[in-house]
Design a protein around this ligand. Sequence first.
Ligand code: SF4
Length: 131
Amino acid sequence: MADSILIIGAGVAGINCALNAAKYGAHVYLVDDTASIGGMMARLDKTFPTNDCSICIEAPQMYEVDNHPNIEILTNTEVRKVNKADGGFKVRLVRKARFVDEEKCTGCGACMEACPVTVPHEMDGKIGGTR
Ligand code: SF4
């Protein structure tokens, strides 16, 4: 789409870039290769040096970016190729299968309770957590 912006990485920096660009009328594609927006800050308990609650700061921004009409969030999505084209860029994205209909999922958690498989939790920073 012409006059649109692609932001790679939906952590706190990407989220704030997306909100600022969208505020000025740009159509924003916010891409992240993980299953959720929020990045590293969403995984932390507190921020340094103020000891503020991380998610208390980031959650309102995550909500705002998710509901902004000028921002399209593409999670589970990798940037495969970027080429210059017609004064802009042409980008090839690969969206990984989620195996869940995002429109219908209510987040009830019943599938997690029923699932017989345990794997390392990607969001746990490799400190031993499983899901
Ligand atoms: S069982 Fe619940 S959390 Fe799992 S996919 Fe269905 S609605 Fe979503």
